[in-house]
Design a protein around this ligand. Structure first.
Ligand SMILES: [Mg+2]
Length: 300
């Protein structure tokens, strides 16, 4: 019998897994898996369990929000032989699941976890000691993702991010830093930066360029300089929320690796969770590190 390690966060989203658990386990069992279940008990638990028990598994399935997915993948990155990963999204945003076209319906996602096609995706290495699946960001708007209370996220979903984002515009912090990559070097004052491997980012429509590939070995990078006038600020906000034309404050590029060198420590957010306060920050794209089950692509 093939072995599955199933890790789930019972508190993610509206705890909707409570009503679906029996059906999910039935789907896994019918697909021929011997299922070993771990209910996460605290932060970092999913990571520790994936790292400690993942070597014995033919398939790991995790259910939770972006944080649970990040932890599970971070644990898997420590394994000698990395099994495929199924994902049942249960959080309030699940940007990465929508990038992979994994359904929001938990039963449909459970079927996909055991019947789908394993699709290799790139993983971000952050300072060599953390990983991210789809976003590493700093500056304005970013503290929003982990400071917004869970019940508010559940209630409002994407809108919670937007509301908190606009509120936080009144107290924008500026960071003096240098960004180095093979393609470009930028220097100056910035209010926001994000390094992504995703098609959608919660609340920030239009931020990511088109033709995003999740396994091309490259990130999309967006950096926003500190506005000099209130009008400049409003142009930036319009750009972020209303998809207006880019302006002189906005830099976009693609790269395999970059280094951010700030003058003062910067707080980072990785996949919506606090990622630490850092000085020099090296971010590297590790191409096709994890194979995630998704809908089979149409054959030509
Ligand atoms: Mg990419």
């Amino acid at each position: 019998m093939r072995k599955m390690l199933f890790i789930f966060n019972p508190r993610s989203g509206k705890a909707q897994i409570r009503n679906r658990l029996m059906d999910i386990l039935d789907i896994f069992t019918k697909a021929g898996y011997e299922v070993s279940v771990h209910v996460t008990q605290r932060p970092k638990d999913a990571m520790e369990v994936a790292a400690a028990r993942g070597n014995d598994a033919d398939l790991i399935v995790c259910s939770g929000g972006d944080g649970t997915l990040n932890e599970t993948i971070s644990g898997m990155m420590l394994l000698d032989r990395i099994p495929d990963l199924g994902y049942i999204p249960a959080g309030s945003t699940n940007d990465f699941a929508s990038s992979l076209k994994i359904p929001k319906n938990m039963i449909a996602a459970a079927h996909l976890a055991v019947e789908g096609e394993a699709y290799p995706v790139d993983i971000g290495s952050f300072c060599g000691d953390r990983n991210f699946v789809y976003i590493a960001a700093f500056g304005a708007f970013t503290e929003v993702s982990y400071l917004t209370p869970q019940d508010k996220k559940n209630m409002l979903g994407h809108q919670a991010y937007m509301l908190e984002s606009v509120k936080s515009l009144t107290s924008i912090k500026s960071y003096r830093l240098r960004v180095e990559s093979e393609e470009i070097t930028l220097e100056g004052e910035f209010i926001f930066g994000m390094v992504t491997n995703t098609i959608s980012v919660g609340g920030f429509k239009g931020l990511v360029t088109q033709n995003v590939a999740l396994n091309d070995g490259e990130f999309e990078v967006l950096l926003i300089r500190t506005p000099r006038t209130p009008l400049d600020l409003s142009n930036i906000v319009n750009y972020m929320f209303l998809k207006e034309e880019p302006n002189e404050y906005v830099h976009k590029f693609r790269t395999k690796a970059l280094t951010v060198i700030p003058e003062e420590p910067v707080d980072w957010v990785l996949d919506g969770e606090f990622g630490g306060t850092r000085m020099e920050t090296q971010i590297i794209n590790l191409q096709k590190q994890i194979r995630i089950m998704r809908n089979p692509s149409k054959k030509q």
